[in-house]
Design a binder for this molecule. Structure first.
Ligand code: ZN
Ligand code: ZN
Length: 391
């Protein structure tokens, strides 16, 4: 699962994606599927309880490197640490086989910038499989656009780690083999890796599909205790989309967030510092009643409805209309997509124009929500990035 480093791309294509290429890279996906099959070989070797302990330990420690390192530090800069600790955290992250820290955090920043919009790298709007695994295996997001992660790309040791991201996993796999034999390798390393992958991927897929919404964010993020337990505290995803710069993601005492607890412990012994808490005055703003129809859900439902209606209009317009196809006006699909076009194909063109206009209004509303939050709050990941360089 290697990724190439690329230089900043053109501003009209902010995701840095090569839109002409958007398909699964099956050759590069072979190791991904092979890792899934590998633990089955454990049926043919001796497996001890120590191998299961190793599996649990490697799951928990590598999950922490992803949640505290790749996510809360490299993607969001929600706390600070020194250069050595930063490197060790990044190295720990590479052992989770989720590519390098620059690739991971760069794409995650795009997820927050374009949440559930067309340029979101992994919105479940594009299907569960795409948001869970498809986007990782696609050729579209293979490379790392350094313009999304300039702040950390300036560290040569991180660029080196990005390039040699395979070293950590190989070292860990060999260590497991030496410690626990075949059982240690197959259960300790491979099984924990598969569980770790899908645990992490749940945040991209299920955390935008199941759970409750507390804040009216312009996306479909949700809070889920189950996902929080699986991922070490990343299940409070609606909280996180509301205040992404907060290091703490469980905002109440009962919102289980072990990543934050461990970071608090590390702060006590001065390994990390300046953990950002959610600003108290914002915790009660933008609240929605559970089940209420807020802006994020409105956008999601409306866009889905508009897509279905648009397809229906295109379908109708492509079909000859009875009784005489020539006698009746046809609606060109291009016209159906054109927001304000004054075409004489009533009533279908009126309907498509109406849909486009309401969608534009929803977009403007969502953008203004973002602006308000940014203005009053939330240290967006990149705006703060420059003055928070690790020392
Ligand atoms: Zn999200
Ligand atoms: Zn995030």
């Amino acid at each position: 699962m290697n990724s190439a480093l690329t230089e900043p791309t053109d501003p009209s294509n902010p995701t840095g994606a090569d839109r002409s290429v958007d398909r699964t890279d099956w050759v590069a996906a072979i190791p991904f599927f092979a890792v899934h099959v590998a633990p089955l070989a454990a049926f043919f070797v001796v497996v001890t309880w120590q191998d299961w302990v190793l599996c649990a330990v490697l799951y928990l420690t590598r999950m922490f490197c992803i949640t505290a390192g790749y996510h809360r530090y490299f993607s969001h800069r929600s706390y600070r640490m020194g250069r050595v600790a930063q490197f060790l955290m990044a190295f720990g992250g590479t052992t989770a086989l989720q590519k390098g820290p620059l690739w991971w955090a760069g794409h995650h920043r795009l997820h927050h910038r374009f949440s559930d919009q067309d340029d979101d790298v992994h919105s479940p709007r594009d299907g569960f499989w795409w948001s869970h695994v498809g986007w990782i295996l696609s050729t579209k997001y293979k490379s790392t656009d350094l313009s999304t992660i300039k702040d950390f790309a300036s560290f040569p040791e991180l660029r080196l780690l990005e390039r040699f991201q395979w070293v950590g996993p190989w070292m860990l796999a060999i260590a497991c083999l030496l410690i626990g034999g075949w059982g240690g390798l197959l259960i300790g390393f491979f099984l924990s890796t598969v569980l770790l992958w899908h645990g992490t991927f749940l945040v991209n897929s299920m955390a935008h599909l199941v759970g409750r919404r507390r804040y009216a964010t312009p996306d479909t993020s949700r809070n889920s205790m189950i996902i929080a337990v699986i991922t070490g505290g990343e299940g409070w995803h609606n909280n996180h989309h509301y205040l992404p710069a907060s290091c703490r993601q469980g905002f109440t005492w009962w919102e289980y967030d072990p990543t934050w607890y461990v970071l608090r412990g590390l702060a006590a012994i001065r390994v990390v510092r300046d953990l950002k808490d959610p600003p108290a005055r914002l915790l009660d703003q933008a609240r929605v009643r559970d089940g209420a129809f807020d802006i994020g859900m409105f956008r999601s439902y409306w866009e889905r409805a508009a897509k279905v209606t648009g397809e229906r209009i295109a379908d109708l317009s492509a079909r000859p209309m009875a009784p005489s196809a020539e006698a009746l006006p046809r609606i060109e699909p291009a016209a159906a997509e054109d927001a304000g076009a004054d075409v004489p194909n009533e009533p279908l063109s009126t309907l498509s124009g109406l849909i486009s206009r309401v969608l534009e209004s929803a977009d403007q509303l969502a953008a203004s929500t973002r602006r308000t939050r940014k203005g009053s709050v939330v240290a967006s990941t990149e705006s703060e990035a420059t003055d928070q360089r690790a020392e």
